[in-house]
Design a protein around this ligand. Structure first.
Ligand code: F6R
Length: 610
């Protein structure tokens, strides 16, 4: 993985491919490459660095040709290097690939025995060698690829070209997304339609196991059983909406933090009416399924998992039914028990996270009532495979660290918990109306918090030379602390941990000294007095505290304790509001440390491998 672009056209395609790659840059990558068929010869250029550097290399030479493939790689097998960058080549064939070929060592052994040699440490190289091996006996590239696919285990979205058949792309999909972009007398492929927006708005989505042969004027598709099939094209104006420029902001992350006051009302629109929740906004079957639901299982990864943990508290508190949230990579590999009448919820910004998708697929064999996806990308695999869908409408999120996607997920989950509570008759009209009013006030409160940006920026100076940080919260604010710690570690590379504050004395208190900043999320709620005691435990041991507290909570700055006052907000929305300053804190610390804020090292935006 991470980004694939391909084209077959009459015009030269190298600039189209480079533009496509730069549109996928936000997903994170460490090397890039391109291969074009130039007058019957396969020409390839690869760099270990940014697409900009690849473009410079391409522009130093002439790279004409109407058929080509390109890739941004995020290292899984083998270090980031030119030798490991895609496209990989064998004989006259080249390939770009997202996913992981699980049995690559086995295939490699076999091909070494057949006299093939390997230049990279990647699993991908076996794909192209295998196709080349079968091409010796098969009549064309398509048949060779079909034969190769039969030997593969794992996940792949891959595109092959061959200088023997310069007007064809052969595309395979299993477990890793690829789309065909339909043009006029030219066709394209990509791992995300976003890459192809300058050249087409018509897309064909392949299904699991599909193989496609694409030329300038024809697109032929075979399903996993080998039957010729027709896949309809759909028109799309953008993969997930939103503007791909930074505007007046320095980074996409900064822009996306600020956009939260705009995308929240966008996400709310049409989902409440006259102060009431609208359960039907979760889909035509929602009311019927919610009535039957007696338990909720939430599965997600990373930031989306944190949203799930918060939702667990909300569902139990408001709807009065049991809920649990689990990390997808754990859920999919353990023998779990399905409670009767359980609704299965996945939360995913991208809708392509491999573990979450695998968990969703597994849930279908486990007797769940049905599945609901909370997702930001309408055409994604998770959306297409779920019974019900709720789009978060955050617009495209480009910064690798999730910000606006998270808060719109929280909004979606609050609407879900409220709708479920309403259907279960657990809330009266007055409570429902108070909850809806609180939701409607979120944008204004976010704007208030954003006005603290300068204070938080100054505060961030204290963190720059720290190696560790501890985040504390209680109750529903505990996952907010976890999200704050994740943001700080992923973009500033400072080691950060979050704890339920009541757990301090069971171990982590041993870490407290003047070198350990302790960040506390302390809205004024039922647990505040308990939290005050935890704060005292830290102070008594010489800890340095940064307390994000409600302006009416009575906290004052004291020696080694800095208070950041936030607006007094209704309890129900405090997880959304208290997330914002933690995002700002991580952002400013990262800026001062000079890290790559939008594309932090080692991370990818969409984790389509497990
Ligand atoms: C962190 C972050 C990740 C993602 C995780 C799941 O800022 O963005 O932890 O939340 O990789 O991704 P999605 O939501 O696309 O399934």
């Amino acid at each position: 993985m991470c980004g694939i672009v391909g084209a077959v056209a009459q015009r030269d395609v190298s600039q189209i491919l480079l533009e496509g790659l730069s549109r996928l840059e936000y997903r994170g990558y460490d090397s890039a490459g391109i291969a074009v068929i130039d007058h019957g010869n396969l020409k390839r250029i690869r760099t270990a660095g940014k697409v900009r550097e690849l473009a410079e290399e391409v522009n130093k030479t002439v790279l004409p040709g109407g058929t080509g493939i390109a890739h941004t790689r995020w290292a899984t097998h083998g270090a980031p290097s030119v030798a490991n960058a895609h496209p990989h080549v064998s004989g006259n064939i080249a390939v770009v690939h997202n996913g992981i070929i699980e049995n690559y060592l086995e295939i490699k052994e076999r091909l070494l025995g057949e006299g093939f040699s390997f230049e990279s440490d990647t699993d991908t190289e076996v794909l192209v060698k295998l196709a080349d091996y079968y091409r010796r006996t098969e009549k064309d590239l398509l048949s060779a690829v079909k034969a190769a696919v039969r030997d593969l285990r794992g996940a792949y979205g891959a595109v092959f070209i061959s200088s023997d058949e310069p007007d064809h792309l052969v595309l395979i999909r299993s477990g890793s997304p690829v789309v065909i972009g339909v043009g006029l007398g030219e066709n394209f492929v990509a791992s995300d339609p976003l890459a192809l927006m300058p050249v087409t708005h018509n897309f064909i989505y392949l299904e699991e196991g599909d193989i496609a042969d694409i030329s300038r004027f024809s697109i032929s598709v075979w399903d996993a059983a080998g039957n010729a099939v027709k896949r309809e094209s759909v028109s799309s104006d953008a993969s997930s909406g939103g503007d791909a420029t930074k505007g007046n902001y320095h980074h996409f992350m900064e822009k996306e933090i600020y956009e939260q006051s705009i995308v929240i009302p966008q996400s709310l629109e049409g989902r409440i009416r006259n102060g009431r929740f609208l359960p039907e906004s979760f889909g035509a079957r929602a009311v019927e399924l919610f009535k039957e639901t007696e338990h909720v299982k939430i599965v997600a990864c990373g930031t989306s998992f944190h949203a799930g943990l918060i939702a667990k508290s909300w569902i139990e508190e408001f709807a009065g039914i049991t809920a649990d949230a689990e990390i997808a990579s754990e859920f999919r590999y353990r023998k779990s028990v399905t409670e009767p009448r359980t609704l299965f919820i996945t939360i995913s910004q991208s809708g392509e996270t491999a573990d979450t998708l695998a968990a969703l697929r597994l849930s279908k064999q486990q007797g769940y009532l049905g599945s609901l996806a909370i997702c930001n990308v309408p055409e994604s695999s998770i959306v297409r495979e779920s019974d019900m869908v709720f789009f978060t409408r955050a617009g495209r999120e480009i910064g690798v660290a999730s910000t606006k996607a998270f808060t719109t997920q929280l909004l979606a989950l609050l609407l879900f918990a409220g709708s479920l509570a309403k259907i279960k008759a657990r809330i009266d009209a007055e409570t429902e109306s108070a909850m809806v009013q609180a939701l409607e006030k979120i944008p204004a409160f976010i704007s208030d918090v954003l006005r603290q940006d300068d204070i938080i920026r100054k505060l961030s100076l204290d963190f720059v030379n720290k190696r560790n940080a501890l985040f504390l919260g209680r109750g529903v604010m505990c996952p907010v602390a976890m999200e704050g710690a994740l943001k700080l570690k992923e973009i500033s590379y400072i080691h950060a941990e979050a704890y339920a504050a009541g757990e301090l004395k069971h171990g982590p208190l041993a870490l407290i000294d003047s070198e350990m900043p302790v960040i506390v999320v302390a809205p004024r709620n039922d647990l505040l007095e308990k939290l005050r005691s935890n704060i005292q435990e830290v102070r008594a041991r010489g800890g340095v505290l940064y307390v994000f507290a409600s302006e009416n909570s009575g906290f004052r700055d004291e020696e080694n304790m800095k208070i950041i006052h936030l607006p007094a907000v209704p309890d129900v929305i405090s997880p959304v509001i208290y997330t914002i300053p933690l995002q700002l804190l991580a952002y400013h610390v990262a800026i001062i440390k000079g890290t790559d804020v939008d594309q932090p090292r080692n991370l990818a935006k969409s984790v389509t491998v497990e």
